[in-house]
Ligand binder design. Structure first.
Ligand SMILES: Cc1cc2nc3c(=O)[nH]c(=O)nc-3n(C[C@H](O)[C@H](O)[C@H](O)COP(=O)(O)OP(=O)(O)OC[C@H]3O[C@@H](n4cnc5c(N)ncnc54)[C@H](O)[C@@H]3O)c2cc1C
Length: 271
């Protein structure tokens, strides 16, 4: 399905962008792992957001998602694993599924965890971010799952159902490295190497520059201009992923600006 805008991330910036796009009569899809994958859901009390005094993070996020859905935004459950620039639109892979946007707004929050040594080099050669897409390739084989999302246990179970021998690692602070030269041969966790044929990595957040080629970063943040345009025409960014202050109010404001910029971009004549 082709949407006017695919928004990646389901936090306050994403919902704000979706509401603004819908108000402009644009179609919008929000790709999100769900409320439990959003760090704010762990906050017991938020007291600095206007109009919602002393609400918990979970309550706020559930209300926001309901509001986006009621406004007509489509919520696509899952994690975007890549964004492909196709010239006049963008293809977004969400697990084994695919959706398309004339524009994209990245609302991916602060980067969750560093890329492991060896991860980028062996991506597609044993490293995978998608159990549903690649699990069957390793039927009867040893796989390691470094799972830092709320569905990690369920994904490990899915791999077992597919016939893989699975070791699940969930400790966020441990030193992980993917071993191998041409293909994955193991996962190092601290000093121990666990031999395996594949390493599946599930993070709730993604380093945005691993999603989309040509996206310029400024340290850990996406480089944007005052209209929240990124270095890739047609791609915008909003919220924590563009830099501090890491606050709901700033994320909501930027979601609104990025959506207005995306709407303007779609209305501009293209050569
Ligand atoms: C415990 C806690 C308490 C806080 N308390 C307050 C407070 O009281 N007041 C305040 O103003 N701020 C507070 N904050 C900060 C606030 O949560 C953030 O500033 C705000 O949520 C940023 O919104 P965002 O939409 O930019 O990003 P986020 O809310 O972080 O949402 C980004 C989402 O994108 C998802 N994502 C990333 N990559 C992908 C991908 N490839 N595919 C699909 N989804 C993806 C992430 O999983 C995440 O769910 C708190 C934060 C935490 C962690």
């Amino acid at each position: 399905m082709l949407y006017d805008t695919v928004i990646i991330g389901g936090g306050p910036a994403a919902v704000s962008a979706a509401l603004t796009l819908r108000a402009r009569n644009k179609t919008a899809a929000v790709v999100s792992g769900g409320v439990d994958d959003i760090p704010l859901s762990r906050s017991h009390k938020i007291s600095n957001y206007p109009g919602m005094p002393d609400v918990s993070g979970r309550e706020m996020l559930l209300a926001m998602e309901d509001q986006a859905r009621a406004a007509g935004a489509e919520i696509i459950r899952g994690r975007a694993t890549s964004v492909l620039n196709m010239g006049d639109s963008f293809g977004v892979a969400v697990g084994a599924d695919f959706c398309q946007g004339r524009t994209v707004i990245l609302c991916t929050g602060v980067k969750a965890g560093n890329v492991f040594p060896g991860e980028k080099e062996l991506l597609g050669r044993g490293v995978s971010y998608c159990v549903t897409c690649d699990g069957m390739l390793y039927r009867g084989k040893d796989v390691c799952l470094a799972g830092f999302t709320s569905d990690a246990e369920a994904e490990a179970e899915l791999l077992r159902d597919m016939g893989c021998r699975v070791r699940l690692f969930t400790k966020k602070g441990a030193a992980y490295a993917v071993e191998g030269t041409d293909r994955v041969t193991g996962l190092r966790v601290g000093e121990t190497v666990y031999p395996c044929d594949a390493v599946f990595i599930l993070r709730s957040g993604t380093a945005p520059d691993t999603l989309l080629e040509g996206l310029e970063m400024d340290g850990a943040h996406i480089r944007t201009d005052g209209s929240l345009r990124t270095s890739v025409p047609g791609v915008f960014a909003a919220g924590d992923c563009t830099g501090a202050p890491y606050q709901v109010a700033k994320a909501v404001g930027e979601g609104n600006i990025a959506a207005l910029s995306a709407a303007k971009y779609m209305e501009e004549p293209k050569e």
